[in-house]
Ligand binder design. Structure first.
Ligand code: PLP
Length: 469
C-alpha cells in the first residue's frame, strides 16, 4: 500500500514512512492510495473473534508489505493483552436498541489508548528495522499525553517528552503522565497555557537541526496509524450485533475528527453503516459546517467534555479530500483560506458531507440531563463525552430496528469534578488504578521558554539512550 498527500505535492510513501513521519512535507495529511475492502464473509467471521485477531485482519491491507501478518497479530496481542476487560472494547446495552461501546478499558481510561498502545509497538518495530531511535515531543491538554506516555513506557527505541500546561489538567490526568518511572518518558509542566505548549512543540519541529539531531516524531491524531487502529472496534461492535446482515448507526464524540473518520473508513471498507453521527459539545464547528456549508473558526469555550474543546478538527482535511473526489487543489485552497481568514466554503463537498453524516452539538444542560436520565433509567453511568454522543444519537431520530451505538470515549472516573457537579457523586477509579493517587510524581516545571525546554528534552533523551545502549 502506498500513501498520498491530501495536498498533492509530496512524494508517495509506504505505511512505515507515514507511521514515522506524521505530517506530509507539503503540509497535507497522508491517505491510502486506494481503499481496501473486506468481504461479507470476512466481516461475519469477526463475530466472537478475539479483538487482536480482528485488528490484524482490518489493518493488514493498510500495512501492506511493511509488516507480515503474524508479526502484526503478535503486536496486537501484546498491545491489547493488558486492557482491563477481556473483550477490550465491550458493548453495554442501555435501552431497547441502544448500546454503549466502551473504549476506555486501557491504562489511561480514554479511547486514545486503543490506538496508542498499538502505535508504540508499530513504531518500535519500524525503528528496529532501520536501526534508529526517535523522540516524540507533544503537547497535551489532557488525554493524549497520558496515553502516549503509557504506550511508550516500555519502548526500547523511543523517548517521549510531553508538555502540559501547569495547573490546567486534572489530577488524574497529570498523575497518569507523571507517575511512570521509566527513564525514556517525561512529562513537563510548562508555566503557560495549552496553546503555549503547542507553540513550543511547533518551534522545536521548526528548528531543523534540533529536529534532525533528536529524530523528532509526532503522535498527534493526524498520524495515520492511529486512525487505522481505531477502525477495528467499528467492525468488532457491528459484527457482534449482526453485521453484515444488519446495518448499524454509530454516534461518535468528536474533536479532531479522528475517531469518526475511522468509522467512515470502516464503511468505505464494506461495513454496513446506516448513519455516522458527529457528536460535538458546545464547540460546534462541525455541526455548523454541516448545516451551513461554511467551515468557520470561533473561540473555544470550556465544557465538561474538555477533550472535545477544539477550535478546528484537523482530520477533517482527510474527509474533505475524499468528498472533493480527491482534488488536492481544492484542499490547498480551503486550508489556505482557513489559515488566512479563519473560514472556507465547503462548496461542492457540502452535499456529500450532508448526506454521509448527521451532525449535532450537545449543550451543557443536555449533557447533564443525558447523564442523569440514563443513570435513572438503566443504572448506567456515562461520562460527559459519551453523553454528547447519546444526545447527538437521539437527535438523529427515534430508536429504530437499526442498533444505535454510542462510542464511549472516556471512563467517568477520569472527570470526577464534572461528574460530581452533575450527579452529586464522585465516581471511583477502577481497582487496577488504585495506587494512582498516591504514587510518587516526577516532573519538572519549566518556564514558557523555548531554550530551557529544548535543553531539558535533549538532556533527558541523551541520558535515556545512554542507559538503553
Ligand atoms: C480525543 C478524545 C475525543 C475526540 O476524538 P477525536 O478523534 O479527536 O475526534 C473524544 N473523547 C475523548 C475522551 C477524547 O480523549
Amino acid at each position: 500500500m502506498t500513501y498520498i498527500s491530501t495536498r498533492g505535492e509530496a512524494l508517495p510513501l509506504t505505511f512505515e514512512d507515514v507511521l514515522l513521519m506524521g505530517l506530509a512535507r507539503d503540509g497535507g495529511l497522508y491517505v491510502p492510495a486506494v481503499w481496501p475492502t473486506l468481504s461479507r464473509e470476512t466481516i461475519q467471521s469477526f463475530a466472537g473473534k478475539p479483538f487482536a485477531e480482528v485488528a490484524a485482519s482490518v489493518m493488514a491491507p493498510f500495512v501492506g508489505e511493511s509488516i507480515d501478518k503474524a508479526t502484526l497479530l503478535a503486536m496486537a496481542e501484546d498491545a491489547y493483552g493488558h486492557f482491563g476487560h477481556p473483550a477490550v472494547t465491550p458493548l453495554v446495552q442501555i435501552d431497547r436498541n441502544r448500546w454503549v461501546l466502551e473504549l476506555f478499558h486501557g491504562p489511561t481510561l480514554a479511547f486514545k489508548d486503543v490506538a496508542m498502545q498499538l502505535l508504540a509497538r508499530l513504531m518500535d518495530h519500524a525503528l528496529q528495522r532501520r536501526d534508529r531511535r526517535a523522540t516524540i515531543v507533544g503537547a497535551t491538554s489532557g488525554d493524549t499525553g497520558g496515553a502516549a506516555i503509557e504506550a511508550f513506557r516500555s519502548s526500547k527505541r523511543v523517548d517521549v517528552a510531553i508538555l502540559f500546561p501547569d495547573g490546567r489538567v486534572s489530577d488524574v490526568q497529570r498523575r497518569m503522565m507523571t507517575t511512570p518511572t521509566e527513564a525514556n518518558v517525561h512529562a513537563v509542566a510548562i508555566k503557560g497555557t495549552f496553546d503555549d505548549c503547542q507553540a513550543l512543540v511547533k518551534a522545536m519541529f521548526n528548528d531543523h537541526a534540533f529536529r534532525d539531531r533528536l529524530s523528532l516524531s509526532g503522535v498527534n491524531s493526524i498520524n495515520w496509524a492511529r486512525i487505522v487502529a481505531q477502525v477495528t472496534y467499528y467492525f468488532v461492535a457491528a459484527a457482534a450485533l449482526g453485521a453484515p446482515h444488519r446495518a448499524m448507526t454509530f454516534s461518535v464524540p468528536t474533536g479532531n475528527f479522528g475517531d469518526i473518520l475511522a468509522g467512515w473508513v470502516a464503511k468505505k471498507m464494506g461495513l454496513p453503516i446506516e448513519r455516522l453521527v458527529i457528536a460535538s459539545n458546545e464547540n460546534d464547528i462541525l455541526p455548523r459546517a454541516h448545516a451551513s456549508g461554511v467551515y468557520e473558526m470561533r473561540g473555544v469555550v470550556e465544557t465538561s467534555s474538555p477533550s472535545m474543546d477544539i477550535q478546528i478538527s484537523s482530520n477533517f482535511e482527510r474527509y474533505l479530500f475524499e468528498a472533493s473526489g480527491r482534488d488536492p487543489a481544492f484542499i490547498r485552497g480551503a486550508m489556505g483560506a482557513l489559515s488566512q481568514g479563519g473560514r472556507f466554503e465547503l462548496a461542492a463537498t457540502a452535499a456529500k458531507f450532508g448526506s454521509e453524516f448527521h451532525a449535532a452539538s450537545a449543550s451543557e444542560a443536555q449533557v447533564a440531563d443525558a447523564i442523569r436520565r440514563t443513570k435513572a433509567a438503566s443504572g448506567y453511568l456515562m461520562d460527559p463525552h459519551t453523553a454528547c454522543g447519546l444526545v447527538a444519537l437521539e437527535s438523529a431520530g427515534p430508536q429504530s430496528q437499526t442498533p444505535g451505538i454510542v462510542l464511549s470515549t472516556a471512563h467517568p472516573a477520569k472527570f470526577p469534578d464534572a461528574m460530581e457537579r452533575i450527579t452529586g457523586e464522585r465516581p471511583g477509579l477502577p481497582p487496577r488504578l488504585s495506587t494512582l493517587l498516591t504514587d510518587r510524581e516526577r516532573f519538572p516545571v519549566l518556564d514558557n521558554d523555548l531554550d530551557a525546554v529544548k535543553r531539558f528534552v535533549e538532556g533527558a533523551v541523551r541520558s535515556a539512550s545512554a542507559g538503553a545502549s
